[in-house]
Design a binder for this molecule. Structure first.
Ligand code: 5AD
Length: 335
């Protein structure tokens, strides 16, 4: 659907409940038309909270000395996949900070083992910025998808969220490289991050429309202890829901997760996201003892529960609002 900047501005600022209601209804109808009343599950495995970067918003930033660091080894990761497979997951997402231990050789070894043991599953990586040759090797080892949020499409805004040594151009280049290598690519941004404005949001949406990523991850900014933004206000649930719906209308075939950050800020946040056009949930398959350590923001959801519990909980929540959660890779649908 074509929405002008002023349409979008109106949708983001209106306080008319009927307008918002019809926005959500229209977005959910678009999702139903492309994917049906189905919500895809991805098993999230948080492989490491070591990170060489120092993003101002992120709880696992390098200089947060309050974070106890961990990383999973291959065997632990394979165990997560085994558990997940048994629970019906057909996509595994390996997510982590930019940890030098995860060399190309190590990640390729892990990816090819998962590919070999679970040929019917999709493998998604979310390991930050790497070089073209690295992305190429990981792709050849069997990775299908890559998540790398662009964080903001506005260069000045990017500079206020990241230290000087990080580059907006490099991040954008990574997204182009991933696309060229045939990955299904996910970008995304936080809603309500410090210094975000209506203008930067419009630029994020323009970027999404022109790049047409297969996935878009958006969730509210939540302050994280031990970061320069610890005392900032969290992003709003309402704004996140409106943006999810707008993204669904602008790019109807996109895979759109109801993020844990949304579930963290509102008890029924993920259900409301699905009712506003989202169609992916990502329960945590990480081992119970490392979960609380992957603290990118405060009070992250389900830090104490087991994989089976998180999966069953989400499945029940989705069923309760009339959605099916298939045992399916949930690939991107072109049309
Ligand atoms: N609040 C919400 N989301 C965050 N992320 C990092 N820190 C925070 C935070 N404090 C998001 C970033 C990153 C993704 C893995 O998590 O957008 O890309």
């Amino acid at each position: 659907m074509n929405l002008s900047s002023s349409d979008i501005e109106h949708l983001l600022t209106t306080s008319d409940p009927q307008t918002i209601d019809s926005l959500y209804t229209a977005a959910a109808a678009e999702r139903d038309r492309v994917y049906g009343r189905r919500v895809f599950m991805r098993g999230l495995i948080e492989v490491s909270n070591h990170c060489k970067n120092d993003c101002l918003y992120c709880g696992i930033r390098r200089s947060n000395s309050g974070t106890k660091r961990y990383r999973l080894d291959k065997e632990q990761i394979m165990n997560c996949c085994r558990t997940g497979y048994g629970l019906g997951f057909r996509t595994f997402v390996l997510q982590g900070g930019e940890d030098a231990w995860f060399t190309d050789d190590r990640v390729c070894d892990i990816v090819s083992s998962i590919r070999h043991e679970y040929p019917d599953c999709a493998i998604t990586l979310s390991l930050g910025e790497r070089g073209y040759d690295s992305y190429l090797r990981l792709r050849e080892a069997g990775a299908d998808r890559y998540l790398l949020r662009h964080e903001t499409a506005n260069r000045e805004h990017y500079g206020k969220l990241h230290p000087a040594e990080m580059s907006f151009d490099h991040r954008m280049q990574c997204l182009q490289d991933l696309r060229e290598l045939g990955y299904q690519v996910g970008c995304g941004f936080m809603v309500g991050s410090p210094y975000q404005s209506l203008d930067t949001i419009l630029q994020d949406l323009q970027f999404i429309v022109s790049f047409r990523p297969e996935m878009v991850g958006i969730g509210p900014f939540i302050p994280a202890e031990g970061t320069p933004f610890a005392e900032r206000r969290a992003g709003s649930v309402e704004m996140t829901l409106r943006l999810l719906a707008i993204i669904r209308l602008l790019h109807p075939t996109v895979l759109l997760p109801a993020t844990s950050a949304l579930g963290t800020l509102a008890p029924n946040g993920r259900e409301r996201a699905v009712q506003a056009g989202a169609n992916v949930v990502m329960p945590n398959l990480s081992p119970q003892d490392t979960r609380a350590l992957y603290s990118i923001y405060n009070n992250k959801l389900a830090t104490g529960s087991e994989a089976a519990e998180s999966a069953a909980d989400l499945r029940a929540r989705m069923n309760a609002i009339g959605y099916e959660v298939p045992t399916d890779r949930g690939d991107y649908q072109r049309g």
